[in-house]
Ligand binder design. Structure first.
Ligand SMILES: [Ca+2]
Ligand SMILES: [Ca+2]
Length: 319
């Protein structure tokens, strides 16, 4: 009898109901017991955090350091929180939020936000050694294409969430054509900064716990790692006889490739790693262009590699 009364009540109320009917019925019968899920977040201009949820929510609590936070006063799936002052470039702060859906289910999150560097250098991955040896360890060469600072940059061996290691770069100010060589997992002695005419080469050691994947992998350069992060440049490499995971060899490589291709930071085939051996490395053709594809790269003998110097386009030619 009580249920019948509720049905009649719904029919009477529905035409004037301002909220969506399904949600209204769910709320009335208290069917929705699933808390909202935060799908993504992104820091914009250092004083606005954009949040995307699985359903409409109201932010009932928002705190970050000593700032005041302004949240919308309606139920939204996608919304901005505005801070009364910006997070400093490179500084990390934790944003605490509570999101509540229309049925009263709540989810609480602590989000690590890293202030975006507004004066950041632009970089390209210009040389890679992924089958390192004692004499020729795993290294990644980056070349500055636009002056700025390195603060906020991170280098990984897969997209965020699949990476084995994330290397955050120190705050160095780079000028165009300056080079950084990053030793990944092994470095017996780190070279001093090299002065090349008006340009410099800096040597860094990431201290990764393991080597880069040698045959089916990726190297991904992030200019920040808030939420899903923002990719500045990436290189995908795979063996032509890889059969697992749609030809990407392993899940980490496949998921990275799918995402990097979806955001148009890569297109077409990966660089074929078949001819990369412990005595051969991968390099970008000089002058550096970025078509986000395997066409930008060539394979060279380790003795012709140019870590720390501009590339020379001396290709390894199989016999
Ligand atoms: Ca690229
Ligand atoms: Ca080089």
């Amino acid at each position: 009898m009580r249920r019948l009364f509720l049905f009649i009540l719904i029919i009477v109320l529905l035409p004037s109901c301002p909220i969506e009917n399904d949600e209204f019925i769910d709320a009335l019968f208290n069917k929705d017991r699933i808390p909202p899920v935060l799908n993504d977040y992104e820091l914009i201009e250092n004083r606005i955090c954009h949040l995307k949820f699985s359903e409409n929510v109201m932010i009932t609590e928002a705190k970050i350091a000593d700032m005041n936070v302004n949240a919308p006063s309606s139920y939204l799936k996608s919304l901005n929180l505005e801070f009364d002052k910006p997070i400093e470039s490179g500084k990390e702060e934790t944003l605490f939020i509570t999101a509540e859906d229309k049925s009263g289910n709540t989810s609480r999150y602590a989000l690590c936000l890293s202030g975006i560097n507004l004066n950041q250098a632009e970089l390209l991955i210009t040389e890679l050694s992924v089958k390192g040896t004692e004499q020729s360890p795993d290294r990644i060469e980056l070349t500055c294409t636009k002056s700025g600072s390195l603060l906020g940059y991170a280098l990984t061996d897969a997209i965020l969430g699949y990476e084995s290691f994330r290397y955050y770069m120190p705050d160095i100010y780079l000028y165009k054509n300056d080079i950084i060589v990053i030793y990944w997992d092994r470095c017996d002695s780190l070279e001093n900064t090299l002065f090349r005419d008006s340009e410099k080469t800096y040597y860094l050691f990431a201290k990764a716990p393991e080597t880069l994947i040698s045959t089916n992998g990726s190297v991904v350069l992030y200019n920040h790692t808030n939420g899903k992060g923002k990719i500045e440049d990436a290189v995908l490499y795979n063996s032509s006889d890889a059969v697992n995971n749609n030809g990407y060899g392993n899940k980490k490589s496949e998921e990275s490739a799918k995402y990097i291709i979806s955001i148009e930071q890569w297109n077409g085939e990966s660089v074929k790693s078949d001819q990369i051996t412990s005595s051969r490395t991968l390099a970008r053709y000089y002058p550096y262009e970025d078509s986000n594809s395997a066409d930008d790269f060539y394979i060279t003998k380790a003795r012709n590699s140019t870590f720390g110097y501009p590339n020379t386009n001396v290709k390894y030619e199989p016999l």
